[in-house]
Design a protein around this ligand. Structure first.
Ligand code: ZN
Length: 242
């Protein structure tokens, strides 16, 4: 067994213990303070310079071989709901699953642990390494609200890995689709539809005219559009206001 093999074996056990430690901390979106405190301590123990911005995002920097380009590693600290009282159970084959009604929180605690263990392993190996930047973000599950407020001007790395994806080990996604959602309210004017309809402005009729102009389905080979919910009107004898 080489030194690296031995270190990897130890890292595997450490990773499991650290994963179980971190998932027991409640960390819903915008409620990441408790896990952030623990992660800041762990990053400092690795010798990293750390900062936490007003939003709660953590930035860490680990000096490395100055002739090598820095690399950014990132994961998020929040989990989806239901997230209260997360508990894990380990099956005979080693698979870790949620033991209760709450999520396990592997998304993205697995990513957090991979980053921490990866740095520990590199440090223990004594091999030269690139300078490492870390971003542990808040509120990723609410459409990256946390990172929206992060000051990216401080990031030096041109390469980055975000450890927040399932798939075959050793593969990565270079691009991913995104979603632009919108909600429109058409304001007309209400009026009695039998007595004085001319005083009203029919919001549903306006909406129908607009909808006819919005293309649905495939717009091109990689873009689709869908209007999925429509609500409006009060009574059949009222010109709808919205
Ligand atoms: Zn995630």
């Amino acid at each position: 067994m080489t030194k690296i093999d031995k270190l990897e074996k130890a890292a595997k056990a450490q990773a499991e213990a650290e994963f179980l430690e971190l998932i027991e901390i409640d960390s819903p979106s915008w409620g990441e303070q408790a896990i952030a405190k623990v992660l800041l301590r762990k990053l400092k123990e690795l010798g990293m310079e750390t900062q936490q911005d007003e939003t709660g995002n953590i930035y860490g920097y680990l000096p490395g071989n100055a002739s090598l380009p820095p690399i950014l590693l990132s994961a998020h600290m929040d989990t989806v709901e239901p997230s209260k009282g997360k508990k894990a159970t380990i099956e005979p084959d080693g698979t870790i699953r949620s033991a209760g009604a709450a999520v396990l929180g592997a998304d993205c605690v697995a990513g957090l642990v991979e980053i921490l263990q990866g740095i520990r392993l590199v440090q223990a190996s004594g091999l030269p390494h690139r300078p490492v930047e870390i971003i542990f973000s808040v509120a990723e599950e609410t459409y990256c609200e946390g990172l929206e407020k992060f000051d990216f001007s401080k990031v030096k790395s041109k390469d980055s890995y975000v450890l927040d994806l399932t798939g075959k080990i050793g593969t990565a996604a270079r691009r991913a689709p995104t979603l632009v959602s919108f909600c429109a309210t058409i304001k007309g004017r209400a009026a009695h539809a039998g007595m004085e309809p001319e005083k009203g402005i029919n919001a549903i009729a306006i909406m129908a005219g607009l909808l006819a102009k919005i293309p649905q389905g495939h717009l091109d080979t990689e873009t689709t559009c869908n209007v999925g919910i429509i609500q409006g009107g009060m009574m059949i004898n009222i010109v709808p206001e919205s």
